[in-house]
Design a protein around this ligand. Structure first.
Ligand code: FAD
Ligand code: NAD
Length: 468
C-alpha cells in the first residue's frame, strides 16, 4: 500500500498536467495509467499523430502540386512511402510520450501502470497487466480517464475496413475510396490526409454543414476549399447502415428528400464524436455520480459527488480538447492546494488543423443572434495580404464580431494559413476585454498573416480596412 496527497487516474493532457501542477505545489503525487505509454489519447492516438500525418501529407501535396510553380523541379515521380510516413509519425509519438516519462521523473511523481479501480473514496486498486495488484491510498483523487470513439448502434467497427481514428492513424495502404461518416474535426483532418495521398474521399454528414458547431462562415469557406480539392461532400445525410462485403464497405444513408443513397468504398472511417470513458473505474464504490450520457458529474469546482474526488478533461462536460483538459488539470490542482483559480470556458479556442486551418474563439454569429446581442462584423480576406500571395495561401478570411455599442470583441473566427497559431492573439485580446479599435491600433509585423486580424479589426471598428 502506498499513500499520497493526490492520485491522478489517466495520463492524458488533463491527467499529466494535473499531476505536474500538484507536484509543483508540494503535494506527494501518483499517476495511474492503464496503457504502457503515458500521454493518453492526445499524444498516442490523437492530436500528435494526426498532426504528424497532416504535416507529412502536406509536404507530399506541395511537392506534387506546388513545387513546380515555385521553380522547383523534381526529376522523376514523387512517390508516397506510407510505411515510412507512419513510422515517422510513430517516432514523433514515441519521442513525445517519452518526454512525459521524463517530466514525471523530474517532478518526483510516482507512475503506476495498470487499470485504476476505486475500492472506496480513498483507495484505488491498480491492476497491472502482469496481474499484480497495488493499493494506492490518496487524500484526493483526480479522475482524468478521457474518452473513446463513439459509434452508431448499427455499426460493427471491425478495425480493419470499418475503422475509427485510432486505426486510420496506422493504415497499411492508402484507401482507394475512403467513406467518412461525420464531417467534424476528425473526419476532415484525417480525410485531408488520405485525400492528399491519393484516396477518393466522401464525407457523409448528418447536419446541413460540415464542422457544424463552428461559425457558419467558416463551414462555408472550408466546404468550398474541400470541394475544389474534389472531396465529395454529402451533408444532410442520415447514415442508416454500414456493411462490409469482403474488401468493400457499403454505406447507406437517407438524403434530405428522404431518398436512400448508397456509397461504396474500401474503407469507412466512423468519426461521429467521442464518448466519456469510465469502464473499470468502479465510480459507484467511491460514491461518484455519472450524468445521463455517462460523463462524471462535477460542480463548478470540478468536484464530483465525492468531495475529495475531482474530474477533468474529456470525461466531464464541455469541449473535448487537449488544452481544455490541461486548463482543468491546473485548475483542480490549485483548488486542492487552497487557491482560487478560474477558467473562462468562452475563451477556449477551437482549431481544425486542415489546410487552410480553421480557428475560433468566443461567440459565433449564430450564438450572438440567438442571444439577441447587437453586434457588428469586420471581415478581411487572406488573399489581400502580401504574405498570402508570397506563400500562395490565398483561401480564407478573418472575421471579428464586436459589440455594436461598446466595441468589445465578442468572437473571432478565422480560416487560412496558420490560423491555429494566429488565434492566440484573439484569445489574449479577449482575455483583456479588448475592443476592436484596441486591436486595430496595435502594430502587426509586415508581411504576416496576422495583418488580417488588424485589418478585420479596422473593418469592425469603422469599416476602414486599408487593403481592400
Ligand atoms: P485522454 O487523453 O483520453 O487520456 C485518458 C487516459 O486515461 C488514457 O491514457 C487512458 O488509457 C487512461 N485511463 C482510462 N481509464 C483508466 C483507468 N481506469 N485506469 C488507468 N488509466 C485509465 N484535441 C486538441 O485539443 N487538439 C487536437 O489537435 C486534437 N486532435 C485529436 C485527434 C484525434 C484523432 C483524436 C481522437 C482526438 C484529438 N483531440 C485533439 C482531442 C484530445 O485528444 C482530447 O481532448 C484529450 O486527449 C483529452 O484529454 P484527457 O486527459 O481528458 O483524456
Ligand atoms: P465531432 O463532434 O467534431 O464531429 C462529429 C460529426 O459527426 C458532427 O459533425 C456530427 O454532426 C456528425 N454526425 C453525428 N452523427 C452522425 C450520423 N449518424 N451520420 C452522419 N454524421 C453524423 O467529433 P469527431 O470529429 O469524432 O471528434 C471527436 C472529438 O475529438 C471532438 O470533440 C473534437 O473536439 C476532438 N478532436 C479535436 C481535434 C482538434 O482540436 N483539432 C481534432 C480531432 C478531434
Amino acid at each position: 500500500m502506498k499513500s499520497y496527497d493526490v492520485a491522478v487516474i489517466g495520463s492524458g493532457p488533463g491527467g499529466y498536467v494535473a499531476a505536474i501542477r500538484c507536484a509543483q505545489l508540494g503535494m506527494k503525487t501518483a499517476i495511474i495509467e492503464k496503457y504502457a505509454t503515458l500521454g493518453g489519447t492526445c499524444l498516442n492516438v490523437g492530436c500528435i499523430p494526426s498532426k504528424a500525418l497532416l504535416d507529412s501529407s502536406h509536404h507530399y501535396e506541395d511537392a506534387v502540386k506546388h513545387f513546380e510553380e515555385h521553380g522547383i523541379e523534381i526529376p522523376g515521380d514523387v512517390k508516397v512511402n506510407l510505411e515510412k510516413m507512419i513510422a515517422r509519425k510513430q517516432a514523433v509519438v514515441d519521442q513525445t510520450t517519452g518526454g512525459i516519462d521524463f517530466l514525471m521523473k523530474k517532478n518526483n511523481i510516482d507512475v503506476f501502470h495498470g487499470l485504476g479501480t476505486f475500492k472506496d473514496k480513498t483507495t484505488i486498486t491498480v491492476k497491472g497487466n502482469d496481474s499484480t495488484e497495488t493499493e494506492v491510498v490518496a487524500k484526493h483523487t483526480i479522475i482524468a480517464t478521457g474518452s473513446k470513439p463513439s459509434t452508431l448502434p448499427f455499426i460493427d467497427i471491425d478495425k480493419e475496413r470499418i475503422i475509427t481514428s485510432t486505426e486510420a492513424l496506422k493504415l497499411k495502404e492508402i484507401p482507394k475510396h475512403l467513406i467518412i461518416i461525420g464531417g467534424g474535426v476528425i473526419g476532415l483532418e484525417l480525410g485531408q490526409v488520405y485525400k492528399r495521398l491519393g484516396a477518393e474521399v466522401t464525407v457523409v454528414e448528418y447536419m446541413d454543414r460540415i464542422i457544424p458547431t463552428m461559425d457558419a462562415g467558416l463551414s462555408k469557406e472550408l466546404n468550398k476549399v474541400f470541394k475544389k480539392a474534389k472531396f465529395k461532400m454529402q451533408v444532410s445525410h442520415k447514415v442508416k447502415s454500414v456493411e462490409r462485403k469482403g474488401d468493400e464497405v457499403i454505406v447507406k444513408a437517407d438524403n434530405k428528400k428522404g431518398e436512400e443513397v448508397e456509397f461504396k468504398g474500401d474503407y469507412c472511417l466512423v468519426s461521429v464524436g467521442r464518448s466519456p470513458y469510465t469502464d473499470g473505474l468502479n465510480a459507484e464504490a467511491a460514491g461518484i455520480r455519472l450524468d445521463d450520457i455517462g460523463r462524471v458529474e462535477v460542480n463548478a469546482h470540478l468536484q464530483t459527488s465525492a468531495e475529495n474526488i475531482y474530474a477533468i478533461g474529456d470525461v466531464v462536460k464541455g469541449a473535448m480538447l487537449a488544452h481544455k483538459a490541461e486548463e482543468e488539470g491546473v485548475f483542480v490542482a490549485e483548488t486542492i492546494a487552497g487557491q482560487k483559480p478560474h477558467i473562462d470556458y468562452n475563451l477556449i479556442p477551437g482549431v481544425v488543423y486542415t489546410w487552410p486551418e480553421v480557428a475560433s474563439v468566443g461567440k459565433t454569429e449564430e450564438q450572438l443572434k440567438e442571444a439577441g446581442i447587437d453586434y457588428k462584423t469586420g471581415q478581411f480576406p487572406m488573399r489581400a495580404l502580401g504574405r498570402s500571395r508570397a506563400s500562395m495561401d490565398l483561401d480564407g478570411f478573418v472575421k471579428i464580431l464586436a459589440d455594436k455599442t461598446t466595441d468589445e470583441i465578442l468572437g473571432v473566427h478565422m480560416i487560412g494559413a496558420r490560423a491555429a497559431d494566429m488565434i492566440a492573439e484573439a484569445v489574449v485580446a479577449m482575455e483583456y476585454r479588448a475592443s476592436a479599435e484596441d486591436v486595430s491600433r496595435m502594430s502587426h509585423a509586415h508581411p504576416t498573416f496576422t495583418e488580417a486580424i488588424k485589418e478585420a479589426a479596422l473593418a469592425a471598428t469603422d469599416d476602414r480596412a486599408l487593403h481592400v
